[in-house]
Design a protein around this ligand. Sequence first.
Ligand SMILES: CCCCC/C=C\C/C=C\C/C=C/C(=O)SCCNC(=O)CCNC(=O)[C@H](O)C(C)(C)COP(=O)(O)OP(=O)(O)OC[C@H]1O[C@@H](n2cnc3c(N)ncnc32)[C@H](O)[C@@H]1OP(=O)(O)O
Length: 282
Amino acid sequence: MIRSALSYPSKKNLVLQCLRRMSSLVSTSVSEVHPGVAHVTMHSPPVNSLSLSFCQELSQNLQVIHKDKSIDIILLQSDIPGIFSAGLDIKEFTQPKERLMEFWTAFQQLYIDLYGASQTTIACMEGSAPAAGCMLALSCDYRVMTSNTKAKIGLNESLLGIAAPPWLAQQMMDTVGSRVAELSLWRGTLYAPEQALAIGLVDELHENPRERALELAVAEFQKIPRQARAASKTLTRQKRLKHFHQERQADLEHFVNFITQDAVQTQLRGYLQQLAAKKNKK
Ligand SMILES: CCCCC/C=C\C/C=C\C/C=C/C(=O)SCCNC(=O)CCNC(=O)[C@H](O)C(C)(C)COP(=O)(O)OP(=O)(O)OC[C@H]1O[C@@H](n2cnc3c(N)ncnc32)[C@H](O)[C@@H]1OP(=O)(O)O
């Protein structure tokens, strides 16, 4: 589905046009909402879970935007009410080895494309962001979350019988500090907005995260010279990315070995059943 949210007469932008054509196939759309500011909107019902194709598409869109010098701020959002992203598509974890490898490689690439973006990125969270949904938010430079207490954010992997990969755990540590991250990781805590703000997992709460993110982008962030924003990001993220590239293959092997264990597969099937049971009770 294509979003044509061009709300002002912008100059012809071939890259964005190309993105819109690509986006018409699947579940992300890109639109320029203000000069230099692009919305990347996730719309993969019911819950924006990150399947192989969704990861690949989001990455592709980000890669095209990275090359577009006219865009210097990306606002990542969802158009599904109450949901930012439910994290990785759990059904992907039960696939054969070849597919698991492709899936994890696409997820790693998404991390590189979002965390490593030279543009300023803002996560506009109007709903929940568990696990890899939280990874998307942590990879952005700034996080605005709804104040609606139904929304939750955090790394709940342990409750599925798995653990976050080291690079995601590191993002959490970098954001909230080692001890809070450590407790959050083993407890699998999902935080309500006020709690998330209190520990620094999000930067702001707002009734309307999209409106606030656009205001921040235009009134505050665009006033800081673009090259200075990008250089500051490099200071804090380059070392992490370099390490990630060195460990990427080992991370892939570790994931496949871990996720294919019988005990882990049993836990994951149980978790999927819990989700289905919860839905049937509604
Ligand atoms: C050191 C070891 C390293 C090795 C690494 C190993 C593993 C990788 C580890 C970590 C990386 C990241 C992992 C993940 O992201 S795992 C996913 C975690 N996500 C969740 O736990 C979220 C689960 N979902 C929910 O809590 C809720 O659905 C929601 C998001 C709060 C929304 O609630 P709502 O009430 O609106 O919807 P429903 O619950 O009714 O769901 C609707 C529909 O969607 C299906 N669904 C929900 N979430 C997922 C999902 N993540 N994947 C696949 N499907 C999902 C749900 O089952 C319903 O489906 P149905 O067919 O019944 O309509």
